[in-house]
Design a protein around this ligand. Sequence first.
Ligand code: PXG
Length: 290
Amino acid sequence: MKIWLNGKFVDREKAIVSVFDHGLLYGDGVFEGIRAYDGRVFRLKEHLDRLYNSAKAILLKIPLSKEQMGKAVLSAVRKNKLHNAYIRLVVTRGPGDLGLDPRKCRVPSMFIIVDKIVLYSQEYYTNGLKIITAATRRNPPCAISPHIKSLNYLNNILAKIEAIKADVPEAIMLNEKKQVVECTGDNVFIIKNGKLISPPTSAGALPGITRNAVMELARRKLKIPAEERLFKMEQVYNADECFLTGTAAEVVPVVVVDGKKIGNGKPGRITRRLMEEFRKLTKSTGVPIY
Ligand code: PXG
């Protein structure tokens, strides 16, 4: 495995950042998780836009243009000779001193890891997930904008630990108003009376790239309405269908939430249609690598 580190390819063992890097000391940095399907990078532009927006929000100037970064991503996949891959793109504030002051960090650290995808268990897609609601609330936007895909994932990790303790793979996170926001690493959708509903990102969710793609597919291919609307757990329990979206998870059905069956307790019809359309989209679009 070759890692792209600050513009050079290095072996995995040599892919090292300083203990003074503020990405490590303070979670001061941003990242993206991207996927390649069949020799094409899925929604590369959208991932780069989100990365640069996240960086701008924390006043971090990325030393490469978006075009250069896009080329670096493609070259990193080529170097590792993969056609299907998970790509982790990280930009940190860089090495500084032990204080918070980001001005002490002269040069951001950048790296791109390209790895084989660890696929979710097929069981999840055929039978659906059982999930819980986490007691840990999503970071309020007034404290830190959840639109920033930062290296600070403790909020999500605390909720993930709750999921692990409950022996389930994901957990729904609520905001301070008990409105549904998202999961620890996935966006959430419900379907009610033939309508797709996802919380608006203003509720405190990351603007997921898979989420956007799925909303487009619902409108264009399934010809069903896709709304952004606030809702609470009662509406999840009473939904006809529920599913999650994310780069790693793609579209994954949810069949039980907090021990309560959603719909008939099996992956829903519309969810299965969206899984199929999303597969087709990943196999037919994206930026060619080779
Ligand atoms: N919400 C959050 C908080 C996320 O971190 C998503 C939604 C889905 O967004 P995309 O753009 O991927 O559709 C994410 C995705 C993992 C993992 O291991 C997931 C994410 C980041 C790191 C790890 O599942 N982010």
